[in-house]
Design a protein around this ligand. Structure first.
Ligand code: SAM
Length: 245
């Protein structure tokens, strides 16, 4: 798919995305993804952190609030980077760049790398994995949240005549192609890969798997997020903690 077309899709999405991130409620982030990613981050005090596909910078800001020494966010969408810079401190920086080409960064210069729902946007996600392996120091970690492969393979919930959710149909699982979705009124593209492909892409460059999580709604958060009750039925996300030995 044409890279300009992919960039244009995120350009079109950036307005509503930034607005929602700043003033909206995003239960799948705060109820599912953030608890998983932040528990895997552990103590980030003094660390140099790289966030690939940082969007409007929310994870970098969280890293700074938690004591990271420095956080660099890269994103290929200029309005996202402009929005991130509006809230920038002296410990976070943002750059318009393609997460598949981090050649502007020196090897072994980061302690922790993050990627939250960015791999599903990348035609060459293996390139990002290679680049992150290069810029992490030995002992550094790469935390990756992606669409769950069972979910990225499938369509939306099937509903009965009264609109009640019945099930999600998994189909074409081994067909690793683009999937077209509509979010916030904008048509956009995601790339589906099987679990086997994803895991082997990391192992192939030398990462070691530390932990794998399939975030779902926990009993302590269920009351605060009633709209996430169905997350116990079908997995939406997968989160990996990879170590560079
Ligand atoms: C689903 S959003 C996630 C944003 C952020 N990580 C978060 O958790 O809020 C995906 C982000 O990836 C960015 N993106 C898409 N393709 C990219 C690429 N090739 N290089 C860098 N960023 C990209 C988009 O512009 C968008 O900001």
């Amino acid at each position: 798919m044409d890279p300009d077309e992919l960039r244009q899709q995120w350009f079109d999405l950036s307005g509503p995305w930034i607005e929602e991130a700043r003033i909206g409620r995003n239960p799948t982030r705060t109820g599912l993804l953030d608890p998983a990613m932040l528990s895997l981050c552990g103590n980030v005090s003094g660390l140099r952190v790289l966030d690939c596909g940082c969007g409007e910078g929310r994870l970098c800001r969280i890293m700074v609030e938690r004591g990271a020494g420095f956080a660099l966010g890269v994103d290929s969408c200029p309005p996202m980077i402009e929005a991130a810079r509006e809230l920038q401190t002296n410990r976070d920086e943002y750059r318009v760049a393609d997460a598949q080409d981090l050649s502007f960064l020196r090897p072994s210069t980061f302690d922790l790398a993050l990627s939250c729902l960015n791999h599903c946007d990348l035609p060459e996600y293996e390139a990002n994995i290679r680049e992150v392996f290069r810029v992490l120091r030995p002992g550094g970690r790469f935390l990756v949240a992606n669409l769950h492969p069972m979910r990225s393979a499938s369509g939306m919930w099937q509903r009965d005549e009264s609109g009640v959710k019945q099930h999600v149909i998994v189909d074409d699982y081994f067909d690793e192609t683009e999937r077209q979705w509509r979010m916030m009124g904008v048509d956009f593209t995601n790339f589906h890969r099987s679990l086997e492909s994803q895991v082997n892409a990391f192992l192939g460059v030398g990462f070691r798997l530390e932990r794998l999580m399939e975030p779902t709604i926990t009993t302590d958060l269920a009351e605060a997020y009633p709209e996430l009750a169905d997350e116990r039925r079908v997995p939406n996300f997968i989160v990996y903690a990879w170590l560079k030995p």
